[in-house]
Each structure stands twice: as C-alpha cells, then as structure tokens.
Design a protein around this ligand. Structure first.
Ligand code: KG4
Ligand code: ZN
Length: 340
C-alpha cells in the first residue's frame, strides 16, 4: 500500500492552522508543510481569547492559510487522500469554521473527511518528530486540558486522571494575568522565572500523596494571585514566577510519578510522552524527564513547534484514522465538549 497524504485544519482556539502530512504504511510521518497563523494580536488587548473575534478571524484566514500549506507542500488537491479537521473540543464558533471548510474541500474533491478530536491530535503529536511506537503513557498539558492517558493508538485511549479544576496552562495564564504579564501567560512567565529565585515563597501543594492521578491548580492560582498583589519590584515578580513554575512542575511530576508506577505494574512498555502547549516549558520538560528516568521509562516530547496548537498533529491523527478506516460522515457535528 502507498503512503497517505492528508490535509489537516485546526481552528478550535486562537490559531488558524493548516498542514499537509504524509504517513507511510509502517507509521512514519513526514510534515510536508505546517502553517500557523496566531491571532494573539487580535486578542491581546482583551487579556484572553474572545470567541466572537476568534471565529471571525478564522473565517478571514482559513482559505489563505490552507493555500499556503498546499503551496509549501508543493501539492495540488488531487494529491490528497483525505481531509482532517478539528471537530472539537474548543470554541465552537471557531471549530465550525475549520470543519465546514474541510467539508467543502472534501465534497469538492470527493475525498474522505476525518473529524479529529483536538486532544487526539495532541496525543499523537510526538510522532511528528520521530516514529514513536504505541502504546505509551501520555501527559497532555495545555491551556484547556490536563490529563494522563494510556495511548494505544487513534480511537484507542484510556484516561487515567484529569484536573478537578483548572488546567495547567490555565493556571499559568491566570497567574500571569494577575501579575500583569499579559496574554498568553505561560511563555511570559517562563521568561520572567529565568531571572528569579522562588525559594522564599511557600505555595500550596495540592493532592499530595493521593492515590489517584488527578490534578488541582485552583489553590495555587488563588495563593499566587494574592502574592502577586504584594510584589513591589521586578525581582519580586521574577521570584514569584520562578516559584509558580516550580510548583506547577512539581505537581505535574508528582502525579506523573504515580501514573508511571501504576502503569509499570500492568505494562511491559516503558515510554512516557508529554504533549500540549505547556510541554514547551523547559523546567516542566526537565522535571518530567527526570521522573521518567527514575521510573525506568524513556521520555519524549514533541518538537517545540508541535507542542502548542498546530494542524500537523490534526493531519497526522487524521492520516492514522484513515489508515484504520475510521472516516467520518460529511454531516459530522462540531462538538464544544468532547472527552476522549
Ligand atoms: O496546546 P495549546 O496551544 O492550546 C490548547 O489546546 O489549550 O496550549 C496553550 C497553553 C496556554 O495556556 C499557554 O500559556 C501554555 O500552553 N504555554 C506555556 C508555554 N507555552 C505555552 N506554558 C508554560 N510555559 C511555556 N513555555
Ligand atoms: Zn491544544
């Protein structure tokens, strides 16, 4: 059988993205193009993503972004084997833009449509860097999600734990906002933390010693936001940023440690993968790498460009689904909520 070439579209939050990915029958992915138009400038003044603005911007950008992805791949639509679009979860107005555009391409070119769960895209994203074999244990940490998953393949994942309140990225963003760092907060907070020493701040440790794999960040968010109001100098802020980053990394590490130990009891495989926007954070990466090493697991994170939202991960999830014959009906619905 021949490789599959799939166009992927991603519009579930504030990135308009299109990508062409080729997948060989034995599972090796090549990214032929990956275009991401960030709407950060459109939303910055509001301190967060405004759904109405996001949806309108996706409408304006989606055709041009897709054309660039096809041009950079050096392909015409006739070279495609399928069209994959994020169908949720996310801001439904935006999801509808990419999904409808994908349906239009699929109809016009008589191609199969693959409606992709955004989380499944993140789950396969490490395979964009190297041909990682299934199964693996995954920590998915983004702005909207914080979950530990057992990943056996597309359409075949089990959730081991999730956040009982905020996602890790959400904690970064909200604390950064309280510190006046602007949006999005994660990268800004990481940069500031490099100049800080958080040792003097005592931040709460949630769920310590609990025997499940759940997360909680709301106590940390409240405590850090209160401390943010007491910061007087730039050094105070940098110190707090360092403390916050370490506290988030510590909890992600502690909960992952528990999941790895449980997983190791029932599985031969020893691979731990981290994905999602927060996986771009270097302190968090190295904390998790250390936890994996201590438990005898290999560790892998996607290339930086595929940690935050992109369409290559959607194209790859679509191609893997297509390989399994998991295609969608043309009337596939946009789903604001869609647990894996
Ligand atoms: O995966 P993503 O692009 O979108 C969602 O699906 O949510 O993740 C975005 C999140 C935001 O909360 C952002 O602040 C966080 O990832 N993030 C980071 C870093 N880069 C992005 N958090 C901490 N450190 C970073 N370097
Ligand atoms: Zn995402």
């Amino acid at each position: 059988t021949a490789p599959l070439t799939v166009l992927g579209l991603e519009t579930s939050c504030d990135e308009t993205a299109a990508s062409v990915v080729r997948l060989t029958p034995d599972g090796v992915a090549t990214v032929l193009s990956s275009i991401v138009h960030s709407q950060i400038d459109d939303h910055a003044a509001y301190g967060g993503v405004v759904p109405e603005i996001a949806a309108r911007s996706h409408v304006e950008m989606i055709e041009g972004v897709t054309r660039r992805a096809m041009d950079e791949a050096g392909l015409g639509y006739e070279a495609l084997d399928g069209v994959a679009a994020t169908a949720g979860p996310g801001l439904v107005g935006g999801v509808m833009v990419g999904l409808s555009f994908g349906k239009a391409v699929a109809l016009a070119r008589d191609l199969p449509l693959i409606a992709v769960n955004h989380l499944e895209g993140h789950a396969v994203s490490a395979r964009l860097g190297e041909p990682v074999a299934y199964p693996f244990l995954l920590l998915l940490v983004s702005g909207g999600h914080c979950q530990l998953l057992e990943v056996r393949g597309v359409g075949d994942m089990t959730r081991l734990g999730t956040t009982i309140d905020d996602a890790a990225g959400e904690a970064f963003d909200k604390i950064a906002k309280a510190m006046g760092l602007g949006y999005p907060g994660g990268p800004a907070l990481e940069k500031l933390a490099a100049a800080g020493d958080g040792a003097r701040f005592d931040l709460p440790r949630a769920l310590l010693g609990r025997k499940d794999c759940d997360f909680s960040f709301s106590g940390l968010k409240t405590a850090a936001s209160r401390l943010a109001a007491t910061c007087e100098t730039d050094q105070d802020k940098a110190d707090l940023a360092d403390a916050v980053q370490k506290a988030i990394a510590r909890q992600l590490g502690e909960r992952s440690d528990r999941a790895l130990k449980d997983y190791a009891e029932n599985h031969q495989h020893r691979l731990f993968v981290v994905a999602g926007g927060v996986a771009a954070n270097k302190t968090i990466r190295s904390t998790l790498e250390e936890v994996a090493r201590r438990n005898g697991f290999d560790f892998l994170a996607p290339p930086m460009a595929y940690c935050t939202d992109n369409a290559a991960m959607i194209a790859l999830a679509g191609a893997e689904r297509l390989q399994k014959g998991l295609v969608s009906d043309i009337d596939a619905a946009a789903r604001p909520r869609w647990p894996l």
